[in-house]
Every structure is written in structure tokens, then in C-alpha cells.
Design a binder for this molecule. Structure first.
Ligand SMILES: Cc1cc2nc3c(=O)[nH]c(=O)nc-3n(C[C@H](O)[C@H](O)[C@H](O)COP(=O)(O)OP(=O)(O)OC[C@H]3O[C@@H](n4cnc5c(N)ncnc54)[C@H](O)[C@@H]3O)c2cc1C
Ligand code: FES
Length: 338
């Protein structure tokens, strides 16, 4: 977590501060070449196209030193199309084995030059990224931004609340917790999706349950209303509603006798309205504002605090966020269209 939440001119890094430094390292706009080593189709519905790229940085001092913390993002550059901010969406991949290697170091960061990004194709750059194939290259700058407060989660109960693609930036947290499960108290993931067919990483949810992570899913609609003659059979037997509903159930001592708001940390990622409502519900349940964390999204261009595109009130979300504590975000969330 960045220790200085507010932006100021003083905190903007000076690329010329160290004349001895490698010019590449001094230039925050310098992208580093990465190769696509694997592509997984995550969702392929008529309304949602989501895929995961496994990227390997080409050998370089940057690649050797690359490490990231859950919650951080990279700027992915596709020359001719543009650049987009995309969160880390998984554990690092073991270079030799090509498999997930949690490898969380003491500080709560992952070390690896091979990592995952889950992307929804929505526009110019993401549609172009979707057309890439294994072996193709792209540029990477990062990792940028604040991370989930991994150190603060140790010894605590953890509630992960995710809506839609918000599951992607939370997935590295699930892996990090899973790799050191005994260090945490009760851990639950409450995951809301538009319909059963848009549940992301559905194949992994059972494995997470086996790793002693409680998983509850809820859908807005048992059948996708955006799809005419939806192929989704109405076989959903789970709850229908929004994720706030799953959270509010914690108020029942009968159903959740061991729910302890004073020692629960809440991590929220999803549409802004969902995070706002969940944070309000969490407060009503007695969870302190300082124990609630949100991942905020705004249009990003430079990613390093220069351009101001990501400004949200006094915050530059590329460096003061995306992960923001609710005690800082609460008043900003009340301001319409900020
Ligand atoms: C910190 C941060 C982390 C992010 N992490 C991820 C991630 O892990 N995976 C991911 O897929 N995206 C992520 N995003 C969002 C991603 O950056 C945007 O979707 C992307 O910039 C869109 O670029 P484009 O050129 O493809 O679309 P554009 O051409 O810029 O937009 C096309 C249309 O899509 C709409 N649109 C743009 N973004 C979204 C969106 N997120 N959802 C729905 N509609 C949208 C626009 O309003 C516009 O109408 C993140 C954004 C931020 C700020
Ligand atoms: S994206 Fe440029 S200041 Fe944040």
C-alpha cells in the first residue's frame, strides 16, 4: 500500500533525478516487450467476451526485477491501437513448469516475469488484444498503483466481495491467501454475476472451497436477459439478487454465529454502485471504515501521476489507487459523477 494517499507535485517521480540510472528505468513511458505464452477463453457469451493472457516478459533487468502485489495493474500497449490499464488477475506462473506458483514473498508481493491479465473486449484496444495469438508480442509498463492490504489481512477474517469482472483483481488475493491459509482467520468470497453463464473462473471455485475459502455466488438473473433465446438453461438453484444480499445475511447470528465485524477486513471490487452499497452494508454490520477497501476505476493514460486523467477528487487513482481505503473514499463516493 502506498503510504502517501494524497497526490502532490512533490510526490511525482522525477525521471531525471538519478543521472546514473539506466535511461530505460528512468523513463516511465518505456514499454517492455512481453510475449503471449498462453490464452484462455474465460467467457464466450453473445454479450461477454473475456479472455486471459499469460504474458512472459522478455529477458532483461526489468524482467528479472519484476514483482507485483495483488491489486496492482499494468499498462498494456499494442502499437497502432493504444494502451489500456489491466489488473493482475492471477498468481505468477512458474517459468520452468508453466504452472501457477504462488511464491508470495514476505512483504505480500509475487515475484515472476510471467503473469496473467484477464480482459473483457469492450473497445478499440481490448478488441485488438483479443485478436492476438500465442507468440505475439505487446508492450508492458508497470506494475502501477496501490495494492490490497495483504499484510493487514494476516490474522484477520477476510470477506472478498466481487461483482462481474471485479473477480479478476481479487483472484491474486485468493491465491495469496491459499498459499498461506493458516495465517488468516475465516475467509469468504461473495461473488455476484449477471447470470450463471457469466461467472468468471467457474472451474476454480470448487478448488477454492477445498482450500477452506467459503465461496457464495449469486446472480442478477437466473437466465441472461440480454440474450434473446438465451442458451442458458434455467437450472440455477442458487440465490438470485445482488451481492449486497449475501453480505447482509451476516446480520443473522443464527446463520453466521462466528461473524466478527471488529476483526473482519472487506475487499471490494466491481461496479462502483455495487462497491458503494456493499461498503454501506458492511458499516451497518459494524465493520470499521478503516477495514474496508475498494478498487476504483477511472480512465488512465500515463499511469504514473503525470496527466491527471484518473483524478478522483484529491486522488490520482493510478498512484493513490486503484485500491483505496473506504475512510478516504466514503465522502467521494457520495458526490455524483465525480
Ligand atoms: C486500474 C484499472 C484496472 C483495470 N483492470 C481491468 C482488467 O483487469 N480487465 C479489463 O478487462 N479491464 C480492466 N480495466 C478497464 C480497461 O482499462 C478498459 O476496459 C479499457 O481501457 C477499455 O479500452 P478500449 O480501448 O478497449 O475501449 P474504449 O474504446 O476506450 O471504450 C469502448 C467503449 O467501452 C466502454 N468501456 C470502457 N471500459 C469499459 C469497461 N471496463 N466495462 C464496460 N465498458 C467499458 C467505453 O465507455 C466505451 O463506450 C481496468 C481499468 C483500470 C483503471
Ligand atoms: S493516469 Fe495519468 S495521472 Fe493517473
Amino acid at each position: 500500500m502506498s503510504s502517501a494517499p494524497l497526490s502532490s507535485l512533490d510526490s511525482i517521480p522525477d525521471p531525471h533525478a538519478d543521472p546514473q540510472a539506466d535511461p530505460i528505468d528512468r523513463d516511465p513511458w518505456h514499454p517492455h516487450r512481453a510475449t503471449i505464452t498462453r490464452i484462455d477463453r474465460e467467457l464466450d457469451t453473445p454479450t461477454s467476451s473475456v479472455f486471459t493472457l499469460e504474458l512472459r516478459l522478455e529477458p532483461s533487468p526489468y524482467a528479472d526485477a519484476y514483482r507485483f502485489s495483488p491489486g496492482q495493474f499494468n499498462m498494456l500497449l499494442l502499437p497502432g491501437s493504444g494502451e489500456v490499464a489491466i489488473s493482475h488477475s492471477g498468481p505468477p506462473i512458474d517459468r520452468a513448469l508453466g504452472t501457477a506458483s504462488p511464491g508470495v514473498v514476505e512483504s505480500g508481493t509475487f515475484e515472476s516475469c510471467t503473469f496473467l491479465h484477464t480482459i473483457r473486449a469492450v473497445g478499440r484496444v481490448t478488441n485488438a488484444l483479443e485478436k492476438l495469438r500465442v507468440g505475439d508480442g505487446l508492450g508492458v509498463r508497470g506494475p502501477y498503483g496501490t495494492s490490497w492490504p495483504m499484510q493487514q489481512l494476516i490474522g484477520q477474517d477476510v470477506l472478498l466481495l466481487s461483482g462481474g469482472l471485479g473477480m479478476a483483481p481479487l483472484r491474486p488475493v485468493v491465491y495469496a491467501i491459499g498459499s498461506r491459509r493458516d495465517d488468516f482467520g475465516r475467509v469468504d468470497l461473495l461473488y455476484g454475476s449477471r447470470s450463471p453463464e457469466t461467472i468468471l473462473y467457474a472451474a476454480e471455485l470448487d478448488a477454492w472451497k477445498r482450500a477452506d475459502i467459503g465461496v457464495e455466488t449469486i446472480v442478477d438473473h437466473a437466465q441472461d436477459p440480454l440474450v434473446e433465446n438465451s442458451p442458458c438453461k434455467p437450472t440455477w438453484t442458487g440465490p438470485v439478487g445482488n451481492v449486497t444480499h449475501l453480505l447482509n445475511r451476516r446480520s443473522s447470528l443464527l446463520d453466521y454465529p462466528d461473524f466478527r465485524p471488529e476483526r473482519t477486513q472487506v475487499l471490494l471490487c466491481g461496479p462502483e454502485i455495487m462497491m458503494h452499497r456493499c461498503a454501506q452494508s458492511a458499516r451497518k454490520l459494524g465493520i470499521p471504515a478503516s477495514s474496508i477497501w475498494l478498487s476504483m476505476e477511472r480512465n488512465m493514460q500515463c499511469g504514473v501521476g503525470y496527466c491527471g486523467h484518473c483524478q478522483w477528487g484529491p486522488l490520482f487513482l493510478c498512484k493513490d489507487g486503484p485500491v483505496v481505503p473506504y475512510d478516504l473514499a466514503e465522502t467521494l463516493l457520495e458526490i455524483k459523477d465525480l
